[in-house]
Write a protein that binds this ligand. Structure first.
Ligand code: MIC
Ligand code: MG
Length: 304
């Protein structure tokens, strides 16, 4: 029954795979999964990783992304998602949920949840969406302490700790680059360059910093939407599409609900729905049937 219920790939192997991807020269693409089922789809379509977005975990609970969610909520969702996929899962750990010691605890919880890595950002608590105005960052030295605590708490050296700087929109590009260098020196394995404006800024970052870099291609934000191939050519190592699947699903759900309310039937929209058979394929119904057969269809050898 391997591969049913959960992936049979151990967390340690997923972490190794993520690390290998980050130095492979091929960009690691991580769409956000708004639920575990979406993670199975992300894997089947052929992406290299799954992202758990703080904005999506919040929105899923009908909350704005302003630091209301707790470590327990994020960890539980991350565990549910990570266990169903053989791909590495990268988690948005916001500011680490408090002081440096909280950031340390965050790492241990996420390691135990079987995820491959997470990012911590240099915003103040309570944090804001990185693509909105009005956010603030802590002094670089505070973030270095936050990171130091996180790195020191890691028990699997392959667990990826990514440092996100939100400084571009507040202190400018040069300050963001300086922070990135300090965060790399503090032990960050990768830098998340939040809310850069255009290709030129991504290029400038790549030239200045020599650790793996992650791009955030979120829609309707401050960054130009740059294709994965172009980001790879610039030298970026990973890209997240954090809210894409939720936006697609919610758009379709709203359209369908309005039509259902207006028409009194969903008969006219069946061709815009995932078919029952496709859902069953994703859930591997057949595999579960086979499991039942092997359990109940045995013979008693040599029995009377
Ligand atoms: C990446 C992000 O932190 C997230 O929570 O997914 C968000 C994405 C978004 O709000 O579009 C962010 O960029 O702050
Ligand atoms: Mg976030």
């Amino acid at each position: 029954m391997t591969g049913l219920i959960t992936s049979d790939v151990p967390a340690a192997d997923k972490r190794t795979a993520l690390r290998a991807g980050l130095t492979s020269g091929t960009i690691v693409r991580l769409p956000g999964a708004f639920n575990p089922l979406t993670a199975t789809l992300i894997e089947e379509v052929g992406f290299e990783g799954v992202y758990v977005s703080g904005a999506v975990v919040s929105a899923d609970l009908a909350l704005p992304d302003i630091g209301l969610t707790t470590l327990s909520e994020v960890t539980d969702r991350s565990r549910q998602i990570a266990r169903v996929t053989s791909l590495p899962t990268l988690v948005d750990a916001d500011t680490g949920f408090g002081e440096p010691m909280n950031a340390a605890r965050t790492i241990t919880h996420l390691e135990d949840a079987g995820v491959a890595g997470c990012h911590l950002e240099d915003q103040v608590n309570p944090k804001r969406c990185g693509h909105l105005d009005g956010k603030a960052v802590v002094p670089a030295a505070d973030m270095v302490r936050r990171l130091g605590a996180a790195v020191g708490a890691r028990r699997d050296e392959n667990f990826v700790i990514c440092a996100r700087t939100d400084a571009r929109g507040i202190e400018g590009l040069d300050a963001a680059i300086d922070r990135a260098k300090a965060y790399a020196d503090a032990g960050a394995d990768m830098i998340f360059t939040e809310a850069l404006a255009d290709e030129a800024e991504f290029e400038a970052f790549r030239k200045a910093v020599d650790v793996p870099l992650l791009a955030n291609m979120t829609e309707f934000g401050k960054s130009e939407l740059i294709p994965a191939r172009r980001l790879q050519d610039i030298g970026y190592n990973a890209v997240i599409y954090p809210v894409t699947t939720l936006r697609l699903a919610m758009f379709a759900a709203e359209e369908g609900l309005r039509e259902l309310a207006a028409e009194g039937t969903q008969a006219g929209m069946l061709d815009r729905m995932q078919h029952r058979s496709r859902l069953y394929e994703l859930l591997d119904y057949e595999g579960y049937n086979a499991f039942d057969t092997s359990l109940f269809n045995f013979t008693l050898e040599g029995g009377a």
